[in-house]
Design a protein around this ligand. Structure first.
Ligand SMILES: NC(=O)c1ccc[n+]([C@@H]2O[C@H](COP(=O)([O-])OP(=O)(O)OC[C@H]3O[C@@H](n4cnc5c(N)ncnc54)[C@H](O)[C@@H]3O)[C@@H](O)[C@H]2O)c1
Length: 266
């Protein structure tokens, strides 16, 4: 049976994981491969992306890897060139890089503001800058950007830079969707809620719970109407739909994957 993205080439940026298990980028790369895509997996951490490659190859899929920093223009240009040299086209661009540093404007260091704008927005700008001309030439392509429900609402922490950059990402995606609609290139966002990915253990517990992982998990689970956080596969399946031709008439859209968190008003 044909896969849902059979024969496509997917450039996944941030395709490793900050800890054991599956982060959003790693799950997306593995799922695209299971559904027939060839994967060009990029990460700043060579070991993390090598693990993604091993999983894909062990399952019989195709994956090439590249180490690079998605915040640096010359390195993004090099990763795109390397993907083209390897596979000759880019059908799917999946922008996964991003993250938060807590604080309101009075507490947040200026450098931490700048970092988050670059991590959540500039990474996507740079990838689009180098990939869009290729997709335009192909007359076809799908971009999937990973936003957050912090773009829509408060998630129980002071995250002014994260909220600003993740909502900026949605409007950035709308701008691309409109500009490239007649050129066959689609651009959409997945908007995850509270997901149990390795970054909860690696980052969130340290930032907001004094390193108490059990409390971080219990607190985040309790915030979800389902009683449980989602996981990286929930995000990956939404991305798969948006990246596939099943979504050929879907552009400038958001799929919220949050188990109903944003339905709460208390
Ligand atoms: N987990 C959640 O609850 C949640 C909720 C909403 C949105 N998100 C979003 O999901 C995305 C992250 O998901 P994840 O679970 O895959 O995270 P992750 O932290 O595991 O990151 C994935 C990979 O990105 C790599 N990376 C970091 N900086 C990079 C850079 N400059 N260049 C290239 N690679 C880099 C890391 O090495 C890591 O392997 C972010 O955009 C985040 O904002 C997560």
């Amino acid at each position: 049976m044909a896969g849902r993205v059979d024969g496509k080439v997917a450039l996944v940026i941030g395709a490793g994981s900050v800890g054991d298990g599956y982060g959003n980028g790693k799950a997306a790369a593995v799922l695209y491969a299971r559904e027939g895509a060839k994967i060009f997996a990029v990460d700043i951490d060579g070991d993390a992306v090598a693990e993604t490659r091993k999983i894909i190859e062990d399952e019989g899929g195709t994956c090439e890897t590249h180490s690079g920093d998605a915040m640096k223009s010359d390195q993004v240009e090099a990763m795109v060139e390397s993907c083209m040299a390897t596979f000759g086209r880019i059908d799917i661009l999946h922008n996964n890089c991003g993250g938060s540093i807590p604080g309101g404007p009075a507490e947040l260091l200026e450098e931490d503001w700048d970092f988050q704008i670059d991590f959540n927005l500039k990474t996507v700008f740079l990838a689009c800058k180098y990939v869009l001309p290729i997709m335009e030439k192909q007359g076809k392509g799908a971009i999937v950007n990973i936003s957050s429900i912090a773009s829509m609402t408060n998630i129980g922490r002071d995250l002014c830079a994260y909220q600003a950059s993740k909502s900026g990402l949605i409007q950035f995606s709308h701008a691309i969707a409109y500009q490239y609609a007649a050129k066959g290139v689609r651009c959409n966002c997945v908007v995850p809620g509270l997901m149990h990915t390795p970054l909860v253990e690696a980052r969130v517990a340290g930032q907001a719970y004094n390193g108490d992982v059990a409390r971080a998990i219990a607190d985040r689970d309790a915030m979800c109407p389902t009683g449980k956080m989602g996981d990286a596969w929930d995000v990956a399946y939404a991305a798969l739909y948006l990246a596939s031709d099943e979504a050929k008439y879907v552009t400038g859209a958001e799929i919220v994957v949050d188990g109903g968190v944003t339905l709460k008003s208390y």
